[in-house]
Design a protein around this ligand. Structure first.
Ligand SMILES: Nc1nc2c(ncn2[C@@H]2O[C@H](COP(=O)(O)OP(=O)(O)OP(=O)(O)O)[C@@H](O)[C@H]2O)c(=O)[nH]1
Ligand SMILES: [Mg+2]
Length: 305
């Protein structure tokens, strides 16, 4: 099929935000929609901390996706940053994907999101994700419960993890985008830098491998990234909040840190398509989630939202 020029009258291009409570599968869905893993995912709530833009392009035009942190009551300054990152984007997009899990009970957190969506004029597509985990009756009941509470332009049932119904969802999103030229060239998949993706990959491994309260107090900074022939040397620091957490991150005989490093290295090598030499350090920054200066230094900058 021949590709239409991006400037053609029929080309659609616009922005689509993905919002919802923590852990409903927003980042998993976005990765599957663009066909590449950009945003990190985990079974822990509050995995995503910033807005992450990715780009999907085909002969119909271009969708710029904005993945957001899961919406919930903030407990610290980092939480406030995350909340603003999620809410602030809603007025700037052409269409909103509101992700929920199967279930007809609408709790207080969900109510807050619904009230916020009601105050906007942006079209909302409800996406009931994780459909693989629920019966048809439960999915029907979910659909009915949300339709009664909110004006929904469309409703889709997806299993992001299994790529189910993502093609239909893309078609639905294009419908709400304005006609116009693409924002990015057709090869662009994300605006994120390799450096920040590498830091996120390391954080993902820490989230997945560590248990209990430690992972939420972790931040990762890639200190340097230098190419040496066909090898990339990467130095990164894992910050945690307490000395006792530092011990857990390092593990007995350094085993935990080694596992985090090995798993992260493999993924970073896949991303960069080159061999990587990854060195990790662990440092304590007490209470960093409350410290404006440190938050900024780590890329959680309120002023840049
Ligand atoms: N069974 C099933 N699990 C899914 C599906 N989609 C996502 N998950 C899982 O749900 C968990 C959360 O996924 P994420 O994509 O990190 O969720 P999120 O909404 O981005 O979470 P936050 O960034 O914390 O707000 C992960 O363990 C995913 O593997 C799905 O369709 N079916
Ligand atoms: Mg996420």
């Amino acid at each position: 099929m021949s590709r239409k020029a991006s400037g053609s009258l029929e080309n659609r291009a616009g922005f689509c935000a993905i919002i919802g409570r923590p852990n409903v599968g927003k980042s998993t869905l976005m990765n599957h929609l663009v066909g590449q893993k950009i945003a990190i995912t985990s079974k822990r709530p509050q995995t995503t901390r910033t807005r992450i833009r990715t780009v999907y392009t085909d002969e119909r035009g271009q969708i710029v996706f904005v993945d957001t942190p899961g919406m919930q009551q903030p407990k610290n300054r980092l939480g406030h940053y995350m909340e603003s990152a999620a809410e602030g984007v809603l007025k700037e997009v052409d269409v909103i994907l509101y992700l929920v899990e199967p279930g007809s009970y609408i709790g207080p957190q969900e109510e807050e999101i619904i009230e916020m969506l009601k105050s906007l004029t942006t079209p909302v597509i409800l996406v009931i994700n994780k459909e693989d985990t629920a019966s048809k009756e439960k999915l029907d009941a979910t659909e009915q419960a949300y339709s009664e509470r909110l004006d929904l332009e469309r409703i889709y049932r997806t299993a992001a993890l299994k790529d189910k119904n993502t093609v239909a969802l893309l078609e639905g999103i294009f419908h709400f985008l304005p006609y116009g030229e693409n924002f990015y060239d057709e090869d662009t998949v994300t605006e994120e830098t390799e450096r920040s993706i590498a830091a996120e990959i390391i954080r993902e491994k820490a989230l997945r491998l560590l248990s209990d309260e430690v992972p939420h107090g972790i931040a990762v900074e890639v200190v340097s990234m230098k190419e040496r022939g066909r090898l990339m040397d990467i130095d990164a620091t894992i910050y945690c909040e307490k000395t006792s957490h530092k011990g857990i991150v390092i593990g007995k005989d350094g085993r935990m840190l080694k596992r985090i490093g090995t798993e992260a290295r493999k993924d970073i090598e896949d991303m960069l398509e080159m061999q990587v030499n990854l060195k990790l350090w662990v440092k304590v920054k007490k209470n960093w989630r409350e410290n404006e200066g440190i938050l900024r230094a780590l890329g959680y900058d309120m002023r840049k939202l």
